[in-house]
Ligand binder design. Structure first.
Ligand code: GUN
Length: 292
């Protein structure tokens, strides 16, 4: 059996580190504050937003949860973002994605104060990631994946990593992060138009699956002993469960775990780390805005 990479336990370790930082900020009279904005009532987004708000409160951070109706206009949302940009108690702002169709998401992201963009989606933060500028914000999911990899103890320098998916939230920033000086992996990004995906994956020391397709990565994608990080959270029908669906990753866990050296479960792998990294980014925003 492979080593199971326990995202919940590693997230707890991150929180223990953050608690010391929060305590030292509080001694200086500072409480990091996060605003999470949800437009509409998508049940999955609502659950994520609730989890983020709850974790802020548990850590003693200032938390504002803004729930706006699905009919909110672009102008209304921009106005709310501007209020949060000006709010001195708020150091981090996250607008939950995806918004309803009348919202131009990229215009909203560009409307964020980049110093408060704890998602790392603003063009200035994307540029800082590409430029190896540590004052920028790196998106939470890639940051969480990197921490999971570090905790497994595998050697990253020179490792071959295959990232499946090229989204702005995971795939693209993940690739930029992994090729940074000091991390030094060799990255291949595959996507829906890539030929021979299983063959490319079989050359990987590390596979990061963020392609949004349930059970896409199977046994034959994984080299003996490779590390597999599953970012996917897909709802599939499950008549046997009370909710009528179950959550599965982009990796077919049963098969992949027969050959992998280490693997993340879904749930309990990447998910808890994403929230931990959001808390970490919020504390960083507080420190930077306060010039500490
Ligand atoms: N929706 C799914 N993941 C994310 C995320 O990391 N940030 C935001 N804002 N929305 C998301």
């Amino acid at each position: 059996m492979p080593k199971l990479i326990d995202g919940r336990a590693i997230a707890q370790k991150v929180y223990a580190e953050l608690q010391d930082e929060i305590a030292s900020l509080k001694l200086r009279g500072l409480t990091p504050g996060l605003a999470v904005v949800l437009v509409g009532d998508d049940p999955a987004s609502r659950a994520y937003v609730r989890a983020k708000d709850k974790m802020c409160r548990e850590l003693g951070l200032h938390s504002v949860k803004l729930e706006l109706p699905a009919t909110t206009t672009q102008e209304e949302l921009l106005a709310r973002v501007n209020e949060l940009n000006r709010d001195e108690k708020i150091h981090g702002i996250l607008v939950q994605s995806p918004p309803p169709p009348q919202i131009d998401e990229s215009a909203i992201i560009r409307g964020l104060d980049p110093r408060k963009d704890v998602d790392g989606f603003h063009p200035l933060n994307v540029a800082k990631l590409a430029l190896d500028d540590d004052t920028g914000f790196v998106p939470c999911t890639p940051l969480g994946c990197l921490r999971l990899l570090r905790e497994t103890g595998i050697t990253l320098s020179g490792a071959n990593v295959v990232v499946l998916g090229r989204s702005m939230i995971v795939g693209k920033p993940m690739a930029l992060l992994l090729m940074r000086k000091g991390i030094d992996t060799t990255v291949t990004v595959v996507h829906s138009r890539t030929k021979n995906i299983p063959e490319i994956c079989r050359r990987a020391d590390v596979i990061i699956a963020a392609i949004g397709r349930p059970h896409f990565v199977r046994t034959e994608f994984v080299r003996e002993g490779a590390t597999v990080i599953d970012v996917g959270i897909n709802r599939i029908e499950d008549a046997g469960s009370e909710r009528g669906y179950k959550l599965v990753g982009d990796v077919e866990f049963e098969g992949a775990s027969k050959v992998a050296g280490a693997i993340t479960p879904v749930p309990g792998g990447v998910g808890p780390m994403t929230i931990a990294m959001l808390m970490s980014n919020t504390i960083k925003a507080c420190r930077q805005i306060s010039e500490l």
